[in-house]
Design a protein around this ligand. Sequence first.
Ligand SMILES: Nc1ncnc2c1ncn2[C@@H]1O[C@H](COP(=O)(O)OP(=O)(O)O)[C@@H](O)[C@H]1O
Ligand SMILES: [Mg+2]
Length: 323
Amino acid sequence: MATLERREQRRHSDRCRPTIGAITPRKYEPESNFTRLKNSDYAQPVSWDVIQMAAPVPTPTMTPTAFVPAGAAAKIDVRQMHFYYGPRRVLDNVTLQIRPHEVTALIGPSGCGKSTFLRSINRMNDIVPGARVEGSICIDGQDIYAPSVDPVDLRRRVGMVFQKSNPFPKSIFENVAYGLRINRLARSREELGGRVESSLKSAALWDEVKDRLHTSALALSGGQQQRLCIARALAVEPDILLMDEPASALDPIATQRIEELVYQLKARYTIVIVTHNMQQAARVSDVTAFFWLGKLIECDRTNKIFTAPSQKLTEDYVTGRFG
Ligand SMILES: Nc1ncnc2c1ncn2[C@@H]1O[C@H](COP(=O)(O)OP(=O)(O)O)[C@@H](O)[C@H]1O
Ligand SMILES: [Mg+2]
């Protein structure tokens, strides 16, 4: 509570600053000065100031940069994309570049097309009858909808974690080993064991499960199961990780662990995360894209989206006027 009170005092001292609607713009503060929310903060009504101050594990090496379109450096380059379920268009002319080694959050009201957009990046929508994509999505410069692209290979390179953890009814070890086996990524039993271990370590789960690797994955807690699913996705060495509301079914402590993990993983992966939780977007992401009724309304550095968005609609959404 003391932290919240200090923030509240700071908010009062900020009152002399000009306001944009309900938003009080802050002078830019290096992200290393941000403070993390404590678990106890999650239960409190979070003030706008807290949203802006909240960020994951601070690292002094983070250098804030102004948002520039990713251009040629884009890991994922989406151009003039339309998406249809049968005759119904649910994404309308979306152009978005996602840079490597950053976390990009997709926010927007329910039904605005966030999951559809995310699933288009690894062609998960291919299995939906009548689903159709127009425009282009390139990863590392290659059109992923080109006939030469094998969707199975694409999904190995672009891993996905869902809202509801979905471990196989097998042991912890076998859950992680599964993808390694079917993709023939381990040449020996030792290599398989080593890769399972390193994947579990990357997903911050190893210490909790190393003594019970051969017990059922279904006996793990919800948060552990979700980290197991992350380990399973990481085992096949993707370079992009898509996460669709990965913590929305978890308690605050498990959520915090997932958020810390996301923050650590971006050093090695490009991460795109859908979240309906704006505090979470503010904490974990570098860039935020706001969708509304199938359109990409605005995409910018997260700090800017939450303090001085360019579009009125974005401002209304992030300040909770609708949603
Ligand atoms: N498999 C599907 N078939 C038909 N319509 C779908 C399907 N999945 C989603 N939709 C529709 O597409 C729109 C966008 O959905 P979705 O991408 O799930 O939005 P969000 O993730 O932002 O809530 C919604 O109107 C939804 O009803
Ligand atoms: Mg969704």
